[in-house]
Design a binder for this molecule. Structure first.
Ligand code: ATP
Length: 438
């Protein structure tokens, strides 16, 4: 489809999914604001993630840690050290290398050459990806710290707190959703690479055992891929990609990405990382606190290893939008999974100027609103209202007409098939529930 990204960016702004950040002041590069519909989409996405990753499992709990952390956290995690050297960034895939890593740079160029691409580099810069901020009120006495560069560390620094305040036994996981900030050199491709973004992560603690940890690793890899597929992303647009040894992050022993084929190429949506004992042992070293786990049954004491699933909420939202966008039979339709769609249904009185229809429709609207996010539309003709709801992905449109007044049933029109069905008002809630959860 021509100009797919332009169409999506324009639809997002026009219908209230995503606006450029601080737009009336000329914007702020790499920042985006979610409008009423985008906010619902993101909310639904996070809710689905939380439901499957935390609520439906007995071995995972959730936390919500501070964005601001003691700056020593970032020394321990390796972020300050790994990002203060002069770096060049590959303009194609945004991988960064210290300029003294000549060998790695050469290998990287060869990697692109194999794909018939020519790697171009940004000018070397002394570069810290962490977004610095100052705390304190007295000028000259302010403490420098950072807005967190990943949400991961908020979990690991609380490892002992979580253990001591719960009855969790290894293996177990700690999940978190929250904002992270990175001074990206090259933000772009709409929300794909932003300065401020949201992550959804699981840190899963396992015994320090090669076989056991790889079993868990494979389980989470598979589970995360299934999650995207179950929410309706086209299967042939998703793939796994293993990180080559020279692209592994400083903490990772193994890493696979889940990638989605966007109009701007195959791009990372989520990373599944084997972090080994990197985080806990570094925090033990830097804080001087014991970060080990004691196994009551075997009487062993050890630093657990960590399997991480780290996804971006904004990237996932963008990829779901791209995947859902269709143009067919003279209409634009967002075929979002009903669980993700901002509105589950829209309610229309057939005619705006017939008070008995409007009254009945309004009653149905108010009743359904107790259970679902529902839109109301009484403008123009029914065709225009369908068109408008298709474009924002509303899976069902409910019309209240003169028959409704006599028979207590309504017309329910399906977004994807455009087929219509009469449903009893008393059965409407169950009907929608069943369809949404199918
Ligand atoms: P990339 O290689 O694209 O910069 P990364 O490998 O640095 O990503 P991770 O550190 O593994 O990313 O972060 C986990 C997830 O957080 C990514 O898979 C992505 O979904 C999201 N994410 C990371 N950086 C950004 C960003 N600048 N904007 C939006 N989402 C991001």
């Amino acid at each position: 489809m021509d100009n797919l990204m332009e169409k999506i960016v324009s639809l997002c702004k026009r219908r209230g999914f995503i606006y450029p950040g601080s737009e009336i002041y000329g914007g702020l590069r790499g920042t985006w604001d979610y409008g009423p519909l985008g906010n619902e989409l993101k909310f639904n996405l996070k809710q689905e993630w939380w439901k499957t990753m935390v609520r439906e499992r007995e071995d995972v709990v959730g936390v919500s840690a501070s964005i601001l952390m003691n700056s020593k956290v970032w020394e321990a995690s390796g972020h300050t050290q790994n990002f203060v050297d002069p770096l060049v960034e590959c303009k194609i895939c945004h991988q960064r290398f210290r300029i003294d890593e000549k060998e790695q740079i050469k290998n990287h160029e060869e990697l692109h050459e194999k794909k018939k691409e020519k790697a171009e580099w940004t000018e070397p810069k002394k570069f810290n990806i962490l977004v610095e901020t100052k705390l304190g009120v007295v000028e000259g006495e302010k403490n420098i710290t950072y807005l967190r560069g990943e949400i991961t560390q908020g979990v690991h620094v609380n490892f002992k707190n979580i253990l001591n305040s719960s009855r969790l036994k290894i293996p177990f996981g700690v999940a978190q959703i929250g904002k992270a900030f990175r001074n990206e050199i090259t933000p772009g491709n709409f929300t794909y690479r932003s300065i401020e973004f949201e992550q959804m992560e699981l840190q899963y603690y396992v015994r320090p055992d090669e076989k056991e940890s790889m079993k868990q690793y494979d389980f989470w890899k598979k589970t995360r891929m299934e999650w995207y597929k179950n929410l309706g992303i086209k299967k042939d647009k998703l793939r796994f990609r293993e990180h080559a040894k020279d692209e592994l992050a400083h903490y990772a022993c193994a890493a696979w990405d889940i990638e989605y084929e966007t109009p701007f190429g195959w791009k990372e949506c989520e990373g599944i990382h084997h972090r080994g004992d990197w985080d806990l042992s570094r925090h033990e070293q830097y804080s001087g606190q014991d970060m080990s786990y004691f196994d009551e049954e075997t009487k062993e004491k050890f630093i657990p290893w960590v399997i991480e699933t780290s996804g971006g909420v904004d990237r996932a939202a963008l990829f779901f939008l791209i995947d859902a966008y269709h143009e067919e039979a003279g209409r634009v339709v967002l075929k979002l999974h009903p669980k993700l769609a901002p509105y589950k249904a829209a309610v229309f009185p057939l005619l705006k100027n017939k008070p008995e229809l409007v009254k009945k429709a309004w009653k149905i609207y108010q009743e359904l609103k107790k259970s679902f996010e529902i839109a109301w539309d009484d403008r123009g003709n029914i065709g225009k209202r369908y068109f408008s709801q298709d474009e924002i992905g509303t899976p069902f449109c409910i019309t209240i007409d003169f028959d409704t007044l006599e028979k207590d049933d309504v017309t329910v029109r399906d977004r994807d098939t455009m087929k219509q069905k009469r449903i009893k008002i008393s059965e409407l809630k169950d009907y929608l529930e069943e369809k949404i959860n199918a």
